[in-house]
Design a protein around this ligand. Structure first.
Ligand SMILES: Cc1ncc(COP(=O)(O)O)c(C=O)c1O
Length: 341
């Protein structure tokens, strides 16, 4: 092998492999054609459109690459220590209870991701077209309701529930149901029903304040102290009056993750013979139709199917429901316990 190369002469270079080929002229690329890398195109020079929708299309490779690269400036979910603001799914096989998040090799399970991506284009509200997705929601509702000890052993139980976009929507729906139920009772008794209030911890997540203000319910707070970040059951029940639509008791407060003493609140209400509902969950379930006034449920016919709807939003993708179902059956009670302990 010789490592000294002979430099070809101009004549050698310009001799075509096939005679006559040198006369064929290729067209210049159009300015939208990607001839170099994405960042060699004119789109990169112009930066991503920010304020005004562009007049013309851009090639899909460029749109994808530039948005993907833009998103690299976001934080990384696996490095986000505030667990409740992270939505990726954990692979429990790789997480030991003693591991703190950044030490654990955690990632979204491909299987969950695939199922969720497949469901992206399904509009969950179209039950007629996607009956299995609808049924999967009902399976989740049943599993979650049973976790909250819905009295399913009683034949006359008519508990019901729904998936929501997140806890905020669940809480809005819960607040609405409590307010309407309270109003109906007050109207039936010929009493004023224009000053509803709700009792809650001053450290509630903002969605409770939103629910109260959006639906015109006065906020009554039990304030935290230096050593207590959860609701004080005694103080909460003391704040209840004839205009109280309910008490909010949180199972896993936003700031410390502590469970509020729902049983103690309930015992005090029973002891004092006060009829006041307690709310607290992510998906929303009602123990009995009595707690969900029927005027809030819309019986509609959408794309050929009769359905009962009680949600704030109508359309949404089916992915979240499918992802939830995957988590419930993939982890089971033992899997969830392993993560929490
Ligand atoms: C205790 C609690 N309730 C409700 C919410 C609101 O839930 P979402 O963000 O799903 O609307 C949060 C979210 O941080 C929360 O921590």
């Amino acid at each position: 092998m010789v490592h000294l190369g002979k430099i070809p002469t101009d004549k050698e270079i310009n001799t075509p492999v096939v005679e006559g080929l040198e006369q064929i002229k290729l067209e210049e690329p159009s300015e939208d054609e990607i001839t170099t890398s994405v960042y060699g195109s004119r789109f990169a020079a112009q930066d991503l459109p920010r304020y005004e929708m562009p007049e013309k299309e851009m090639p899909k490779e460029i749109a994808y690459r530039m948005i993907k690269d833009d998103l690299t400036l976001d934080g990384t979910p696996t490095l986000n220590l505030a667990s409740f603001v992270t939505t990726y799914m954990v692979d429990t096989r790789t997480v030991l209870p003693s591991m703190i998040p950044e030490e654990a090799d955690m990632f979204q399970e491909d299987e969950a991701e695939k199922l969720m991506v497949d469901a992206f284009s399904k509009n969950f509200i179209d039950y007629e077209e996607y009956p299995v997705s609808a049924d999967i929601q009902n399976r989740c509702v049943s599993m979650i309701a049973r976790l909250f000890n819905i009295p399913a052993h009683d034949e006359n139980t008519n508990a019901m529930g729904t998936s929501t976009i997140g806890s905020s929507e669940a809480i809005m729906l819960g607040t609405l149901a409590m307010k309407k139920r309270w109003q109906n009772k007050r109207k039936a008794a010929g009493k004023p029903y224009d000053k509803p209030n709700i009792v809650m911890n001053s450290a509630v997540q903002v969605c409770w304040e939103k629910a109260a203000r959006y639906f015109e319910v006065e906020e009554k707070y039990v304030y935290c102290t230096k050593d207590r970040y959860v609701i004080d059951p005694e103080e909460a029940v003391n704040l209840v009056d004839e205009n109280t639509i309910g008490i909010c008791s949180i199972l896993g407060t936003t700031y410390t993750g502590e469970y509020e003493d729902t049983k103690k609140i309930n015992d005090l209400l029973v002891e004092r013979n006060i009829d006041c509902p307690i709310h607290g969950v992510g998906w929303v379930v009602w123990r009995d139709p009595e707690f969900l006034p029927k005027e809030l449920i819309f019986n509609i016919n959408y794309l050929g199917a009769d359905q009962a709807s009680f949600t704030l939003n109508f359309s949404r993708g089916a992915s979240q429901v499918i992802g939830q179902y995957y988590q419930l059956i993939r982890l089971g009670k033992h899997g969830y316990r392993s993560i929490m302990l």
